[in-house]
Design a protein. Structure first.
Length: 116
């Protein structure tokens, strides 16, 4: 992700943070997964279910809700890497786990709901 994309991502996320938090809480309380993953992307992607449409919200990034289990099922995370992923996964009540996808790469980032 280049510097410009990062700045736009930060701005976009701050404008939809409460919506993402509400959805994360619903995922956790419904026991869909202990490991929600929110996929942020610019172009089309086939991971998760769209929760934030960039056109509707007037932002640059779309966001889908997914799970660790889906990432394993789609071989984005290999079964042998699940345990190490869980070890670094931050508390989902305090942090959003993003998988940020650009044309160049995909990477996991944990963003706190509140600035500390």
């Amino acid at each position: 992700m280049n510097e410009q994309q990062l700045e736009i991502f930060k701005e976009d996320i701050s404008s939809v943070l409460s919506t993402i938090k509400d959805i994360a809480e619903e995922i956790l309380s419904s026991e869909i997964t202990k490991y929600p993953v929110f996929v942020a992307y610019l172009d089309e992607i086939n991971i998760g279910r769209q929760i934030i449409d960039k056109e509707t919200y007037g932002i640059e990034w779309n966001i889908n809700a997914s799970t660790l289990e889906e990432f394993v099922a789609k071989n984005i995370i290999m079964k042998s890497r699940v345990e190490p992923f869980i070890k670094v996964y931050k508390n989902p009540v305090e942090y959003i786990c993003f998988f940020i996808v650009t044309a160049q790469s995909g990477s996991f980032v944990f963003v706190p709901y509140k600035n500390k």
